[in-house]
Design a binder for this molecule. Structure first.
Ligand SMILES: C[S@@+](CC[C@H](N)C(=O)[O-])C[C@H]1O[C@@H](n2cnc3c(N)ncnc32)[C@H](O)[C@@H]1O
Length: 146
């Protein structure tokens, strides 16, 4: 999550010349701690995306790089509402939804995205395969506006 203005969460990001202030969040304690070791600057939080410890309308952009497909189908609409809550009006979400879970094709497709993010404006949604560290990932990148 990122915002251009100062606020209670987030310190100057690594690329301070960008002017972005960044907060990174994961359910596990390990991921934020590891990220903090590697990249100083952003604020790192251990929390669930289903209940963000962040002020409403406080972020310009959200980035989901691999979390959406971890959520139970019934949690997806609540997740979208929570992301919408913390974004300022007109804020952006870049979602990289994985089409596989544990190596198997999961249920995620365009209809699932449209249902979860009903009311958002979809700017782009196109399946693709991207290189990862050790393999290729089948993903559905989606760019949305709150
Ligand atoms: C595929 S990893 C992606 C990690 C990282 N975002 C990245 O880009 O490398 C998915 C992560 O989602 C986290 N996750 C799953 N459910 C979550 C939830 N409800 N709230 C926050 N994080 C969650 C997991 O702990 C895991 O670290």
């Amino acid at each position: 999550m990122a915002r251009r203005r100062p606020g209670p969460v987030g310190r100057r990001p690594r690329g301070r010349q960008t002017g972005w202030r960044v907060a990174g969040l994961d359910l596990s304690a390990v991921a934020p701690a590891a990220a903090a070791q590697r990249h100083r600057g952003p604020a790192y939080l251990q929390a669930s995306v289903l209940s963000l410890p962040l002020q409403s309308s406080s972020f310009d952009a959200d980035l989901d790089r691999g979390c959406f497909h971890y959520l139970a189908p019934g949690d997806r609409p609540g997740y979208a509402l929570e992301l919408h809550r913390v974004l300022r009006p007109g804020g952006r979400l870049l979602l990289r939804a994985s089409l596989r879970s544990a190596g198997m094709r999961n249920d995620i497709d365009e209809d699932v995205i449209l249902a979860a993010f009903a009311g958002w404006r979809v700017e782009l949604m196109q399946r693709t395969r991207i290189p990862s560290d050790t393999r290729s990932l089948d993903v559905l990148p989606v760019r949305l506006t709150a």
